[in-house]
Design a protein around this ligand. Structure first.
Ligand code: A1LUD
Ligand code: HCS
Ligand code: ZN
Length: 327
């Protein structure tokens, strides 16, 4: 796939979805709702070892809810993380591959079934391989602070991301989703890797934000988007796992800073306590509110809309209903 084709794949989906495609919702959240215990350094990636069937089930639930894009279970699946757990390099790589295969199998199963349903309004979903930030792997809350310490250089971040990216791409996803990137240095590492590895599938880079104006590191989104704009390998840019009430103004800001399609999939508004490893109750938004927000975000110019942590298939059903007129 050349760069033109990569761009077309995402653009076609957005067009088929009526101008705004639906991303799935909180993946780890839905695993937990089904009883999975993920209080672990691997977080949701623990289920790749313990309960892969549940991963597939959650993907199917999001498809049924109307997701046009499935984000894989690899957010916190890393080779050093698996090795720290006693797995071999080879087994770690097999688990990464499995994260893509499970989503592809769910997508194909759902799409085969839909093929037999007359007049359905679903689109054939794309599978986006999740690449969580270095902070997600550290499991210390730094995907929301952007502070990695002075010893973390561009080369270190590229070394951290490179092999996982290669393995995920080899497993055959439709696209890549860099998630909760908290600073400019890591965005640069992602861009450099896409270029150096000559990645041919589309990708998006999403930042977290804790003040509604800047990246968590305090660096401006102008600085971050200026480097992204220089790369044709990044096909969309946006925000994930930030509170929903920040999103509308961030879409407007991003529209001034980039011509790339904008993707937003905020969390419920609850705040992650990285030390206590739990969600702190905060200004929290329910599915009805997401329904209202989704039209506003679309009208403000977002092209891909979904949910992140603490959102569920019912959130995605509400978003899909309002964006596509599905009941
Ligand atoms: C998106 S956060 C809630 C994921 C979990 C975090 N990286 C941790 O392991 O503590
Ligand atoms: N795709 C991940 C992102 C966590 S911030 C999930 O939904 O669990
Ligand atoms: Zn999240």
């Amino acid at each position: 796939m050349g760069i033109g084709k990569a761009t077309a794949l995402l653009e076609d989906l957005i067009e088929k979805a009526g101008g705004c495609a639906v991303v799935d919702g909180g993946f780890a959240t839905q695993l937990e709702r089904h009883g999975a215990s993920i209080n672990d350094p691997l977080w949701s990636a623990l289920c790749l070892i313990k309960d892969p069937d549940l991963i597939k089930r959650v993907h199917l639930e999001y498809l049924e809810a109307g997701a046009d894009i499935l984000v894989t279970s690899s957010y916190q699946a890393t080779i050093p993380g698996f090795v720290a757990r006693g797995l071999s390099l080879e087994d770690g790589e097999l688990l990464l591959e499995k994260s893509v295969k499970l989503a592809v199998e769910a997508r194909d199963k759902f799409w085969d079934a839909m093929d037999r349903v007359l007049g359905h309004s679903y689109n054939r979903a794309l599978v986006a391989a999740s690449i969580g930030s270095y902070g997600a792997y550290l499991a210390d809350g730094s995907e929301y602070s952007g502070y990695y310490g002075s010893d973390v250089t561009l080369d270190k971040l590229k070394d951290f991301h490179r092999r996982r990216l290669q393995v995920l791409v080899e497993a055959g996803p439709d696209m890549l989703a860099f998630e909760t990137i908290p600073n400019k240095l890591e965005a640069q590492a992602c861009i450099d890797l896409l270029e150096e590895e000559d990645i041919q599938i589309p990708s998006w880079i999403c930042f977290s934000s804790v003040d509604g104006e800047n990246a968590p590191s305090g660096e401006s989104f102008k600085e971050c988007l200026d480097i992204i704009n220089k790369s044709s390998k990044v096909n969309a840019v946006g925000i994930n796992c930030a509170p929903p009430h920040f999103v509308d103004s961030l879409i407007r800001k991003f529209r001034e800073l980039t011509e790339k399609p904008i993707v937003v999939y905020p969390n419920s508004g609850e705040v992650w306590d990285g030390r206590a490893k739990r969600w702190l109750p905060s200004k929290c938004f329910d599915d009805d509110k997401f329904e209202l927000f989704a039209t506003r975000w679309r009208d403000s110019g977002a092209k891909l809309i979904g949910g992140c942590c603490r959102t569920t298939p019912s959130t995605i059903r509400a978003i899909s209903k309002v964006l596509k007129g599905r009941s």
